[in-house]
Design a protein around this ligand. Sequence first.
Ligand SMILES: [Zn+2]
Ligand SMILES: [Zn+2]
Length: 112
Amino acid sequence: MTPADIWTSARTLSPGLGIATVYRALRILMDMGAVEVVEIPGAPPHYERKHPHHHHHFLCETCQRVFEVEACTSGIDQLAPAGFTVKRHSLTLYGVCNDPSCAHRPAVAPLA
Ligand SMILES: [Zn+2]
Ligand SMILES: [Zn+2]
């Protein structure tokens, strides 16, 4: 979720909540190691619960929501030139999510 998404849903419970409070809470949760920031090219920073396991993300270019992808492709490390050592990778899938309203709307232009 983006801080704005969190703010929108938190205000249904606490209407007077300010967005600065959301940022402060996220900072505390990140310091605790409970939450991490997901940097996705073309999307604002999203925050998610920290996972110990390797995973990827899917960005819906229509609603701009980010989904977790549990699978990883095998052989991605072999894409590096001969003699190079891959230590980590990041992979983002871009497309349209399964929300019926997304399938019929044109994608918004990427931010970056
Ligand atoms: Zn969507
Ligand atoms: Zn992977």
